[in-house]
Design a protein. Sequence first.
Length: 75
Amino acid sequence: MTTEAREPRDRLAGELRDDPPESFAQLAPQHLTALADALERQRESRAAGLNEAAEKALELVPTLARGPFRRILFR
């Protein structure tokens, strides 16, 4: 595998947090990059949603306790 094709495969492996299946070696580097981009966007979207849900849940905590509660949860 050429260095040119190796970089997108390594980036995809990073997004998958594991080696991609061997069949992915047949994909063009631009397709691997597009897949890695899509996975990155999805991960960021989920993280933003989780942060938003956590902030919404903090509204259930009395106002004076929110600061310490936030520090404990989100070190």
